[in-house]
Design a protein around this ligand. Sequence first.
Ligand SMILES: C[S@@+](CC[C@H](N)C(=O)[O-])C[C@H]1O[C@@H](n2cnc3c(N)ncnc32)[C@H](O)[C@@H]1O
Length: 192
Amino acid sequence: MNERLVRWNERYRRGEETFVFEPSSPLPAAIAGIAPGLALDLASGAGRHAIYLAERGWQVVAVDGADAGVDLMRAEAERRGVADRITAHVADLMARPRGFTPAPDTYDLVCDFYFLDRTLFDEIRAAVRPGGLFVAAIHLAEPGDPPDRLLASGELHRIVSPWGWHLDLVEDPSREHGHERSTAHLIARRPR
Ligand SMILES: C[S@@+](CC[C@H](N)C(=O)[O-])C[C@H]1O[C@@H](n2cnc3c(N)ncnc32)[C@H](O)[C@@H]1O
């Protein structure tokens, strides 16, 4: 297991990073008025987005490299009676080959909240079905930050604008509760 995942496991075992199972704001905005379908939650953590979707009738494939996070998600999903709607995988998305590869043209919704692997975007684009959504919130680098795990200002737009999808993208200077950095929020719809 890579060092970052060891640290994530420690945080989950301490009971941190559940965000009281409330979703990040782009997700409720993205799915309002949409019939539930099949979603993929990449780097699902303790499962706040997967559970939010499952409680609204979605079937969810949730993937994270930290088994302690996946255990928290499974326990909370059981408690809420939606465990049968979530298929969880413990997999290192940055391993080569990747521990989990999204199947093309498969998902009505792909979520990426607070996980940046620039090499995943092509696979995300391919995984969304025509008419489906890619929803993301990813931290922005601030002066002095190492750029590897954080977006530069304007970078997410440069990545997704060539896709030709309908984009609702904002760089939000406010910080999600408990977060230290501002965020790029994206709701992108693949044309039918
Ligand atoms: C900031 S947390 C976000 C969790 C969740 N998406 C949320 O918003 O609550 C980042 C997540 O990425 C996961 N992660 C980090 N590196 C990973 C990797 N190489 N493969 C899979 N998951 C990874 C961590 O275990 C952690 O759960």
